[in-house]
Design a protein around this ligand. Structure first.
Ligand code: 5AD
Ligand code: SF4
Length: 471
C-alpha cells in the first residue's frame, strides 16, 4: 500500500490496516502460535476502560492475554498520575521489567496513560528506561495500532504525546475484562480544574459522546448479559454540555433505564455542584438504577472547598444528600475525601469529621493530599507536616469504621437482591454486592457467579455483610 493511500484513510480504516500488519508480523515471529500481551492498569475506571480498548485492538490482531509478564510478546503499563504514590509504583515496576527484556529481547515494552501526558514524567521515563520501545499518552489511544506497528517494524523507539484534538473516537473495539460487570464511558476529560487535581491537564477538555452511541452500546451490553453497568465520566452530571442535544445526565440514564432486562445501572463520578434533584428523582423512579450515590465532597470546610475550587459549600452538599435520603430511604452514599490540603488546619479537618458523622457514609475513599506539579495547589503554602496529616488520616479512618459498622449493623435481618461476583479464595465464600455496592459474603456454589440472588443479611462485620442465599 502506498503512503498516500494510508494517509487518506479514516482512523478506523487505518486501525484495521495496521492491526492486520501487526498480525502478519507476529504470525511470522511466532510461527503460528498466538502472540501474547500483558496489560497492567493503574488508577481509575477510566484507565480500565482505556485498557479494555487496547485489549480490543490487540485481540483483533490475534493476541491472547496473560497475567504473567514473563510470557508476553507485548507488555503495556497503563499509568495513573493522580497521586505521587501511584507514580512511584509505576517507576519501580517499569524498572523491574529490565530483567524480562534481558531474558526475552523480542518482547516489546510500552507505557501509556495519564503519566505520559505530563511532559516532565514522560521524558524522564523515556530517558531512564531505554528498554521501553513505545510511549504514548491518553490522547493518542486511537493511534495505538499505528504506533505499535512503527515500533515493531522499524525497531526504533516511538514517543507520542500531547495530541489532544478534543475529538471522540467511536468504533474502537473493546474487550471487556468482565462478562457480567462492565464500564460504559459516556464522556471524557474534565473542565473543573479543582486546584489539587491533575486530571484536566492529562485527560483534556470535557466532551460527551452522542446519546445515540451510548444507547446502542448499553443495549448491546444488556443483550449480551451484562448485569451491572457503570456509566463512566469524570463529572457525569455535566453530561451533554456542548453536544447540541436536548439532554441532561438525568435524561440519559432515564432513557437507558427503559431498556428491558434484569440489570443494574451505576454511574461515577458525580460532582456535588452539578448533582441535580432531577437526577435523584430519576433514580427514585427507576427500575434499574442502583441505590448508590458516589458523591465526593473532598472536605467539610467551606474555606477549604473554596481553595479547592469546588463551587459548592457544605450546606449545598447536605441539601442534596438529604433530598436523596428522603426520596430513596435506603440509599448508600459514598465519597472521596482529601486530608491535608495546603493550608488546612485541624479546625477545618474537624469540619470534615463532623460531615462524615452527619451523612453516615457506607464507605469512603480517603487520600492524603499529594502535590501535583502544574496544579495551583502545588504552589500553595503547606505548613502541616506529613506526620500530622497522617495522624488526622488515622483519626478519620477510626471515625469512618464506627459509622460503617453502625450502618451495616442496621441491615441485619433485611432481605437484599445481590449480584454474585466471585469466589473469595481466602475464605471460600461467594463475594457478592447489593444495589448499594456493599459487599455481602455468602456460602454457595461457584456456578452462581454472574447471577442475581436474594440474600438475608445475617451478620455485619465492619463494612462487609454476611448473608444467606434464600432463593
Ligand atoms: N491528592 C490527593 N488526592 C487526590 N485526588 C485527586 N487529586 C488528588 C491529589 N492531588 C482524589 C480526589 C478524587 C479522587 C479520584 O482522587 O479525592 O475525587
Ligand atoms: Fe479532578 Fe475535580 Fe475534574 Fe474530579 S472534577 S477529575 S477532582 S478536576
Amino acid at each position: 500500500m502506498k503512503d498516500a493511500n494510508v494517509r487518506e484513510m479514516n482512523y478506523l480504516e487505518k486501525q484495521d490496516y495496521y492491526l492486520k500488519l501487526i498480525a502478519e508480523i507476529m504470525a511470522v515471529r511466532k510461527r503460528g502460535d498466538k502472540p501474547v500481551a500483558f496489560i497492567h492498569t493503574y488508577g481509575c475506571q477510566q484507565n480500565v476502560a482505556d485498557s479494555e480498548k487496547i485489549k480490543g485492538m490487540l485481540h483483533q490482531a490475534g493476541f491472547d492475554f496473560s497475567d504473567r509478564p514473563d510470557d508476553a510478546d507485548f507488555i503495556l503499563f497503563n499509568t495513573c498520575a493522580v497521586r505521587e504514590h501511584a507514580e512511584d509504583r509505576v517507576f519501580g515496576n517499569v524498572g523491574a521489567l529490565k530483567n524480562i527484556k534481558r531474558k526475552h529481547p523480542s518482547t516489546l515494552i510500552a507505557l501509556c496513560g495519564c503519566m505520559m501526558e505530563q511532559k516532565h514524567i514522560a521524558e524522564r521515563m523515556y530517558n531512564s528506561f531505554p528498554f521501553v520501545s513505545l510511549v504514548f499518552g491518553t490522547h493518542s489511544l486511537q493511534n495505538f495500532p499505528e504506533l505499535y506497528y512503527r515500533a515493531l517494524f522499524t525497531g526504533k523507539r516511538v514517543y507520542e504525546r500531547d495530541n489532544d484534538d478534543k475529538l471522540i473516537y467511536e468504533g474502537i473495539p473493546t474487550k471487556r475484562d468482565g462478562t457480567f460487570k462492565g464500564w460504559l464511558s459516556i464522556m471524557y476529560g474534565c473542565d473543573n480544574f479543582c486546584t489539587y487535581c491533575i486530571v484536566p491537564y492529562v485527560r483534556g477538555r470535557e466532551r460527551s459522546r452522542k446519546s445515540a452511541d451510548i444507547y446502542k452500546e448499553a443495549r448491546e451490553m444488556i443483550n449480551s448479559g451484562y448485569k451491572d453497568i457503570t456509566l463512566l465520566g469524570q463529572n457525569v452530571n455535566s453530561y451533554g454540555k456542548g453536544l447540541g442535544e436536548d439532554i441532561s445526565f438525568a435524561k440519559l440514564i432515564g432513557e437507558i433505564d427503559k431498556i428491558p432486562g434484569d440489570y443494574w445501572l451505576r454511574f461515577m463520578t458525580s460532582h456535588p455542584k452539578d448533582c441535580s434533584r432531577e437526577l435523584i428523582d430519576t433514580m427514585a423512579n427507576s427500575q434499574h438504577i442502583s441505590k448508590h450515590l458516589h458523591l465526593p465532597f473532598q472536605s467539610g470546610s467551606d474555606r477549604i472547598l473554596k481553595k479547592m475550587n469546588r463551587h459548592y459549600d457544605r450546606k449545598k452538599y447536605i441539601e442534596i444528600i438529604n433530598y436523596a435520603k428522603e426520596k430513596i430511604p435506603d440509599i448508600s452514599i459514598t465519597s472521596d475525601i482529601i486530608v491535608g490540603f495546603p493550608g488546612e488546619t485541624y479546625e477545618d479537618f474537624k469540619e470534615t469529621l463532623s460531615l462524615i458523622r452527619e451523612v453516615k457514609f457506607t464507605s469512603l475513599f480517603t487520600f492524603i493530599y499529594s502535590p501535583r506539579l502544574g496544579t495551583p495547589a502545588a504552589k500553595m503554602d503547606d505548613p502541616i507536616s506529613a506526620e500530622e496529616k497522617s495522624k488526622w488520616f488515622q483519626e478519620l479512618l477510626t471515625v469512618q469504621e464506627e459509622i460503617a459498622a453502625e450502618r451495616c449493623s442496621s441491615m441485619v435481618g433485611k432481605k437484599e437482591k445481590i449480584l454474585v461476583e466471585s469466589l473469595n479464595q481466602k475464605n471460600g465464600k461467594l463475594q457478592c454486592r447489593n444495589s448499594g455496592n456493599i459487599i455481602v459474603e455468602c456460602d454457595g456454589d461457584e456456578s452462581l457467579i454472574g447471577t442475581f440472588q436474594t440474600a438475608e443479611i445475617t451478620q455485619a462485620r465492619n463494612w462487609i455483610l454476611r448473608g444467606k442465599i434464600i432463593n
